[in-house]
Design a protein around this ligand. Structure first.
Ligand SMILES: [Cu+2]
Length: 151
């Protein structure tokens, strides 16, 4: 075998080995998880924003003493579950959705999504945007779920 040809053989072997390694080291998708979004004893969703993987679920839990709701904002919803409009009963009401599509799921509470004199957002600005000093995201009572690939 010529010296040049032997170099090509070694190179080909290396490429095959690297391809085999790349194929075997691909991550397997994580097992689905159920994440929680809580309504504490005030008009907000905690966390306000959450990123999950395809196949994961969200359970909303209302620990407030007032009823709240989960309504999909379908003008911007690209993650499926269009037309969601459910009550989260006071003192422990729950609602669960599983997300099977990549996208965003913006949602709000239909009772607390209207500006009035007692539901005003903090002024936007460099010190935290609409989030006020106590961590409240103000009005409207809303949140967003971002669904990314499970791979
Ligand atoms: Cu509400």
């Amino acid at each position: 075998m010529s010296r040049l040809r032997s170099h090509w053989s070694v190179l080909a072997l290396l490429v095959v080995a690297m391809l085999a390694f790349a194929t075997h080291s691909r991550k397997t998708p994580a097992a689905p998880i159920t994440h929680k979004i809580t309504v504490p004893d005030e008009d907000r969703f905690v966390p306000f924003a959450i990123t999950i993987h395809v196949g994961d679920s969200i359970t909303w839990v209302n620990t407030d003493e007032d009823d709240h709701s989960v309504v999909s904002n379908d003008a911007y919803n690209t993650a499926g579950h269009h037309g969601v409009n459910v009550i989260l009963p006071a003192n422990g009401g729950t609602y669960t959705l599983q997300f099977d599509h990549i996208g965003v799921f913006p949602f709000y509470c239909r009772f607390h999504a209207v500006l009035d004199k007692v539901h005003q957002p903090a002024a936007p600005g460099p010190d935290g945007g609409i989030q006020d000093a106590s961590g409240n995201y103000g009005t409207p009572m809303n949140g967003i779920i971002t669904v990314v690939s499970g791979d």
